[in-house]
Design a protein around this ligand. Sequence first.
Ligand SMILES: Nc1ncnc2c1ncn2[C@@H]1O[C@H](COP(=O)(O)OP(=O)(O)OP(=O)(O)O)[C@@H](O)[C@H]1O
Ligand SMILES: [Mg+2]
Length: 496
Amino acid sequence: MSGTAMSTLYAMIMFNVIGTVNQLPAMFYNLYRLFMLWWFNEVHIIIPREGRETFTTNGFYFSVETYLNTMSSDTALRLKSATDRTGRLLMFTMDTDETITDVFVPDEGNKGKGKAIKVKWSYHRQQIRRGDAGTTQKKLYKLTLGARQWRQVGKQYLYHVMRTSHEAVAKNRERMLFTNSARRDELWEQNYVDHQVASTQAVLEHSASFAMLAMEPKKKQEIIDDLETFSKSQDYYAKIGKAWKRGYLLYGPPGTGKSTMIGCMANFLNYDVYDIDLTAVKDNTELRHLIVNTDSKSIIVIEDIDCSLHLSGAREAKKSNQGNKESVDEEKGDEGKSKATFSGPLNFIDGQNKGEGKSKVTLSGLLNSVDGLWSACGGERLIVFTTNHVEELDPALIRRGRMDVHIELGYCGFEAFKVLAKNYLGVEEHPLFEKVKDLLEKVNISPAEVAESLMPKNLREEDKASQCLRDLVRTLDQKKQEEDGGKGKKETQVKQ
Ligand SMILES: Nc1ncnc2c1ncn2[C@@H]1O[C@H](COP(=O)(O)OP(=O)(O)OP(=O)(O)O)[C@@H](O)[C@H]1O
Ligand SMILES: [Mg+2]
């Protein structure tokens, strides 16, 4: 094909894409177009970096870049690599004039009838002379595919590119942790927050995944299925007229993995986390304001809800004192005064009430805020309460409909231990496993304590697994003796 003919074709496709050939008589134009497609049998689509207006950029160019990044590292021969803007994620892009091939299977029922098509992508830079102003460089991607394929599934393919790139962006999106909490330092210690970026934004650094969560496998799978179903059920929730929200109550003794599970949920769903410390919330109005101002795709967390406030007490006092308007007045008194926002994780509540136990949040205030979230906010959200003492919570707070799923996290059983042994020591079998199994049936020990025993204490030790397992057996024996001696709790507890 001659250079002139190619340029004509480029020009045509570009005209076609941006729709500027309206002046041509329609019939002549269509005939001409069909002839060109038949004659050259290939279509080239140019996606320039520059947008249509001066000084603008073309969003689709970046979608293509992200899309190609999801595949170019496997197929291109020359790649450029760089980190993304956060400096954390490695991106691979094609080098100039590099070409890669993509295979696309259109939907059944489409004109392409489900047959795979091959398309080519290439990346180019062109020097453009601008008279006396010198030259500028134009960056562009070029898509090449058969003329018939373009007619049949071209648009479907381009939408596929756009959708895949949006999904990749969503997947690699950094999860943020917002907190009103004076517990910020504690969160840092737990590696929830990256120190370096905390002054401007808090990135959720918790690397927890369900794979490393020690829990009975069937129960774990049920939770994963529940989360997955929830995240894909937008249409279903709309159909039954229910807000797209789900409440989780996580309860169990200390160190059984409640906070860890929240990290797993956030990473699994790719949601942000809003950690609300009720003791740092001034009053009910402020709480409502905080909750309603959370973004979609987020998990609103209230940890240790039993200790944050004496919520059940507040409710009981209110019940037994129906005539006393004080608590109601308290709830209404600060209407409109709240200034709290989730503008960032640091200092967004004025310091005076922080951690001083002066919060005036009441149980009914909390109930109203949760219900307000259910009714007033669009978008998907989870709300998670954690507690060590579920029996002390007011039934209204945790009734189904508010807290849809109740998950008990118990002491460490043998199944949970095997997950920990695999994660911490990389072993799936060991002669000491039988002994550990036997002791775990008799002793109540939290996964946190087991995890602590499984941490190598001496790097010079060659057989770290045996050393750690011996350490665990010693700890379990010691606990058993304590329990046998009546010092510890002896009643059987739920194990995971
Ligand atoms: N089920 C578990 N699976 C894996 N690791 C666990 C599990 N439970 C606890 N751990 C380990 O123990 C540490 C403490 O656990 P975590 O903070 O999740 O407990 P918790 O139930 O929230 O305790 P608390 O009631 O005191 O807040 C975690 O950092 C993790 O390393
Ligand atoms: Mg916790």
